[in-house]
Design a protein. Structure first.
Length: 607
């Protein structure tokens, strides 16, 4: 792949700081005259679903003569605990290029376009989903074209235009001037888009935890942490409110707690943290463990003690449960499984001794519970596999039974990506059009989908088009190829196909079926391939035999009559004359007088 990539990237514009692999490939494609990014990815052999996870950066840096550390630093890379971007750790929900592309028209307008090389470039921080305002120009990030409403995506290589060709730099400048964007500015500063602003509570946490805390505290300040009620608020308003609270930490946060406690209207005898702090309590329960989570919970704990509010021990740490071990019942609640199923799992892993009674208390290491939980979160059910491949559950089960995956299970998302990647290796280099999606083509050609997938993997069927992120529906094939494969795959063939294989007229084949010389039905509504092979070995048509012997059919008929050989099928019951090979082989006069006829008759198959 390396040599191919080097020859493809003959024109290499200079990469900007903050320009990730996807944005640079878009600008690179435009420099080479490629209008659609997937077309260029097909030619260089880089699958989109792998590129969107931050993979293949080594190959891109080598082909474009870029420094790999700098390119990896500016590209979002999926890691086990989230996404790593420009030295910051994000949650996976905070970064996704599949949600569509967004741009700042003011940033694009700053760079004048030239006729030589494209200079306008895509900033990597535009793909961080909580960001909705450009911290440089205070303008709203656009996800749709203001002129036609078309959604922006990463398929088109035109960075400064929508998919329909409307320039984004000519949008109305009234979108600028948003004032409540302090939270967006803080996030942008940590990503290097603008100078970083200091905020001690937030700086001690990862960027993903900081974003989660900004939303949590912002909703508490505006809507009493009712995130459902806060959905009508714009993201930058919510983040701005949360950032203002952290700027005046802890006074501003204590003021919020006072307001929540006052609105709860609880009195002596009915005190409780869930009732006192309402939805904020639920938000803290869902908050990931970290330095920022500990700061928030400690502040709520102090406020609750000062106001005689009963605390949730597991949430606020008054008397925390031991973290190093867990009971089977506690592990079942953590794994969201039944008690018996959880117990069987730990018996299989050797944590429960054999012949242990069901009521015997067993302590399981907490690290084992968390490991099993992470494995369960990664494992995919048959329904999830079917959803990823865009097929039915029955088809997914048959596909699994065929063994197209590299192992027998359990299956993870990486196994689905690996299968699609192996299928994409057979995609056309030039992007030829035509064909239908693989599942639809299988229904029309009456071919099981597992047989079609195996045909593509083995090279017996070729793809005419490939669309990423569409499962098997993104694989386009020709129906004629699948029909040809289906004829050999099915247990029975039609009379027409059998006539073509036997070099006979279809009326003759029908007569042979009526004479019970050729079996019909049984395993299916047709003729079995084994029956055709057996017929070719036992019988031969007179016209075909005459052709092989180099004589006229009437001459052959006279020779056979003189030798005392009677046809097994002849007019009027059969349109053509058919002889039994064994009868011709035993006729001694034919062997001495007509060796060509004898030699042609003892062949096991027709030509």
């Amino acid at each position: 792949m390396s040599n191919k990539l080097k020859s493809t990237f003959e024109i290499r514009p200079a990469r900007n700081s903050g320009e990730g692999a996807i944005g640079y490939l878009m600008r690179l494609g435009r420099a080479h005259g490629v209008s659609q990014l997937p077309e260029m990815l097909l030619q260089i052999g880089v699958p989109w679903f792998k590129l969107a996870q931050g993979k293949y950066t080594e190959a891109i840096s080598e082909a474009a003569c870029l420094e790999l550390p700098a390119l990896s630093f500016d590209s979002g890379i999926v890691v086990p605990n989230g996404v790593r971007l420009r030295g910051e750790q994000l949650h996976r929900s905070h970064w996704s290029v599949h949600a569509g592309r967004r741009v700042c028209p003011e940033c694009l307008a700053e760079v004048p376009e030239t006729d030589r090389l494209p200079r306008r470039w895509h900033r990597a921080w535009w793909d961080v989903q909580p960001l909705t305002v450009c911290a440089v120009h205070h303008a709203r990030l656009l996800g749709h074209c203001p002129e036609c409403g078309e959604r922006l995506n990463f398929r088109s290589c035109m960075i400064d235009s929508c998919p329909k060709g409307h320039l984004l730099v000519h949008t109305n400048r009234s979108v600028a001037g948003i004032t409540e964007h302090a939270g967006d500015t803080y996030i942008s500063g940590r990503l290097g888009a603008v100078p970083r602003t200091a905020c001690a509570p937030l700086d001690a946490a990862t960027l993903g935890e900081a974003i989660q805390a900004l939303r949590l505290v912002g909703a508490a300040a505006l809507k009493g942490h009712d995130l459902r009620a806060a959905r009508d608020l714009e993201k930058h308003v919510l983040l701005d409110a949360g950032y203002q609270v952290f700027l005046e930490w802890p006074v501003a946060f204590d003021s919020i707690l006072d307001g929540l406690l006052a609105r709860s209207q609880i009195g002596p005898g009915r005190w409780g943290s869930a009732a006192a702090y309402g939805p904020l309590h639920a938000g803290l329960c869902e908050f990931r463990q970290g330095s920022l989570s500990a700061i928030l919970k400690e502040r709520v704990r102090r406020h609750a003690i000062a106001n005689s509010v009963a605390l949730s021990r597991t949430v606020f740490g008054v008397a925390e449960a031991p973290k190093d071990v867990s009971t089977i019942r506690g592990a079942a609640r953590r794994l969201r499984l039944g008690f018996e199923r959880t117990r069987r799992e730990f018996v299989k892993r050797g944590f429960v001794p054999a012949h242990t009674r069901r009521g015997t208390p067993i302590l399981i290491p907490q690290v084992t519970v968390e490991t099993l939980l992470s494995e369960r979160l990664e494992m995919m059910t048959v329904g999830q596999i079917a959803q990823e491949l865009r097929i039915g559950r029955t088809q997914a089960r048959r596909l699994i039974a065929t063994g197209v995956f590299t192992h027998g299970g359990p299956f993870r998302k990486a196994d689905i990506d690996d299968l699609l990647q192996r299928l994409s290796r057979h995609s056309p280099v030039c992007g030829a059009r035509g064909g239908m999606p693989l599942p639809s083509a299988c229904r029309i050609a009456r071919l099981p989908i597992e047989a079609a997938v195996l045909a593509v993997l083995e090279g017996r069927a070729s793809l005419t088009e490939l669309r990423f992120d569409h499962g098997l529906e993104g694989l386009f094939v020709r129906i004629s190829q699948l029909r040809a494969i289906g004829k050999h795959h099915r247990d029975a063939v039609t009379i027409e196909d059998a006539a073509q294989a036997l070099n006979l007229k279809w009326e003759t084949v029908r007569a042979l079926i009526q004479l019970r010389l050729l079996p019909f039905g049984g395993t299916g509504t047709g003729i079995a391939p084994a029956a055709i092979e057996a017929f070719q070995g036992d019988f031969v048509a007179g016209a075909h035999l005459a052709k092989l012997a180099g004589m006229h059919p009437r001459t052959l008929l006279k020779i056979m009559s003189e030798a005392g050989i009677t046809p097994v099928a002849a007019p009027p019951k059969c349109r053509q004359i058919v002889y039994r090979r064994e009868a011709i082989r035993r006729a001694r006069p034919l062997r001495s007088n007509y060796p060509a006829v004898h030699a042609a008759a003892i062949r096991t198959r027709t030509a």
